[in-house]
Design a protein around this ligand. Structure first.
Ligand code: NAI
Ligand code: MG
Length: 502
């Protein structure tokens, strides 16, 4: 691990971090938690406290939901779509102007390397506000030529109207704190909803800062409420609240199941973006250099803490040995260290708990007889670092082959035929993404058709865009975020009949 002289923090960020307590944002005001309780968020690169944060629980969720419900019939609902567009574009501009500071904050609170925050999280967050900023004036209903069998010859005007769903509860994880918040807020606001946003307890700061920025952009008070807190208290209260109309959740499949059960009380609309154990399939006819890069990015981006991690790499037998050792060699060149240092490729995992979880998977890989090619341990010193780890000779039944590890640990397998690899790739409870590397167009499309996944990448990996749908099949969840598809999540369709008969 390398230590380095770090760039100075942006003055706006210094000021933000200088606050004694980062309070909840309810009804446009920074407030203490009803209980008066606080918790610490850590900088995972040092293990030190980065900030003290007010801890929301069920009482605060009650308060915030009441405000969000009231805001549904306040100035927000009276604004024209064009005015809403202006606000969303302003939000994009403000984030862009503060991109450096936000990137530093993401790096400090989450541990992600600054170079990824700057090239990924920030531009995508801006793009999402721009993309959804264009939608309010284009959300329209349709007229439908209806006929009623028991009223022959009758004339009707029938039309549909897209209305906001109401109060949206957004429960998000810690791996892309700002981006996950924006991915929910931008479409929810474009559609005229109000929102209760619960950031993950490990990374609450950028969501709070974003909440303030949205007020500055012109979002009226009460429309966006930000409630940092823990899953079992604040999260569970949002999922169960009778005043919340829709929940959008990203996180583990196990927690998703709890949220889904809790949401049944008032039949909330729910979308779920859950875990993955995604296959990254390299055929022997692929561009080997590109495939090596893709395997590398697929698993080590964001320290492997991505729902779309290419954690199962399948390599066709003739290319297997060479590519496996190329991957291991490349992993050894990773510069791991303080994520604020622009030279670093990898930072720490988000928490000690996550590091322990990942290390226990590494131990199980060793115990079950997988071949450890590189890595395999925590890095010495402060912070929650885990070495980039490559396992070869992995068998399909091993724990590291089946369960989501959510860390920089890849399992590599050899295969002999198209049918075989597609069957093995699909033999998982998950179905978020899959990738195929080949120069053979037929094989690529055949694989795309057969792979059970929400996204299939051909000769690329980890590509996302505001306009492309994102979501899974099987236990990776349901519903699609991003693109026009997310608008379905955040609107409800009303059917209006007008009798035109004399
Ligand atoms: P988690 O799924 O428990 O946490 C995600 C969010 O849900 C957080 O905001 C948390 O506070 C909230 N939450 C937790 N319990 C809740 C409950 N009962 N009701 C409502 N909200 C609740 O994930 P955690 O524990 O941080 O990580 C565990 C594993 O989950 C990781 O190792 C990884 O495998 C997976 N994960 C997957 C993510 C993805 O992007 N698909 C993101 C984060 C974690
Ligand atoms: Mg933190």
């Amino acid at each position: 691990m390398t230590t380095a002289s770090l760039p100075a923090l942006h003055p706006m960020l210094q000021e933000f971090l200088g606050r004694r307590v980062h309070k909840l944002l309810i009804d446009g005001r920074a407030v203490e938690a009803s209980s008066g309780r606080t918790f610490a968020t850590l900088n995972p690169a040092t293990g030190q406290t980065l900030g003290i944060v007010a801890e929301a629980d069920a009482a605060d969720v009650d308060r915030a939901v009441a405000c969000a419900r009231a805001a549904l019939s306040g100035p927000w609902s009276k604004m024209s779509p064009a005015e809403r567009e202006k606000i969303l574009h302003k939000a994009a501009d403000l984030i862009e102007a503060r991109a450096e500071a936000f990137a530093q904050l993401e790096s400090l609170d989450n541990g992600k390397v600054i170079r990824e925050a700057k090239s990924g999280d920030l531009p995508l967050s801006v793009a999402l506000f721009r993309y959804y900023g264009g939608w309010p004036t284009k959300l329209h209903g349709e007229t439908t030529p209806v006929s009623v069998p028991y009223y022959p010859g009758a004339k009707f005007l029938h039309y549909t109207v897209r209305e906001p769903v109401g109060v949206v509860g957004a429960i998000i994880p810690w791996n892309f704190p700002l981006l996950m918040a924006v991915e929910r807020l931008a479409p929810a606001l474009a559609c005229g909803n109000t929102v209760i946003l619960k950031p993950a307890e490990q990374t609450p700061l950028s969501a709070l800062w974003l909440g303030e920025l949205l007020l500055e952009a012109g979002v009226p008070p009460g429309v966006v409420n930000v409630l940092p807190g823990f899953g079992k208290t604040a999260g569970a209260a949002i999922a169960a609240h009778m005043g919340v109309d829709k929940v959008t959740f990203t996180g583990s499949t196990a927690t998703g199941r709890e949220v889904l059960k809790a949401s049944a009380g008032n039949m909330k609309r729910v979308t779920m973006e859950l875990g993955g154990k995604s296959p990254n399939i390299v055929f022997a006819d692929a561009d080997m250099e590109a495939a090596a890069r893709g395997m590398f990015m697929g698993i080590f981006y964001n320290q492997g803490q991505t729902c779309s991690a290419g954690s199962r790499v399948f390599i066709e037998r003739p290319a297997h040995e060479k590519l496996l050792s190329a991957l291991a060699e490349r992993a050894k060149t990773i510069r791991m260290g303080n994520p604020l240092d622009p030279k670093m490729h990898m930072g720490p995992l988000v928490s000690d708990q996550q590091r322990r979880r990942v290390l226990s998977y590494i131990d199980s890989g060793k115990a079950e007889g997988a071949q450890l090619l590189t890595g395999g341990a925590a890095a010495p010193g402060e912070g929650f670092f885990v070495q980039p780890t490559v396992f070869g000779g992995v068998k399909d039944g091993m724990k590291i082959a089946r369960e989501e590890i959510f860390g920089p640990v890849v399992s590599v397998f050899a295969f002999d035929s198209v049918d075989e690899v597609l069957e093995r790739a699909n033999a998982t409870d998950y179905g978020l993404v899959a990738a195929v590397w080949t120069k053979d167009v037929k094989k690529a499309h055949l694989a795309a058709a057969k792979l059970k996944a929400g996204t299939v990448w051909i000769n690329c990996y980890q590509f996302v865009d505001a306009a492309a749908p994102w979501g899974g099949v099987k236990q990776s969840g349901y519903g699609r975020e991003k693109g026009p598809w997310a608008l379905e999540n955040y609107t409800s369709l009303k059917s209006v009949w007008v009798d035109l008969n004399a």
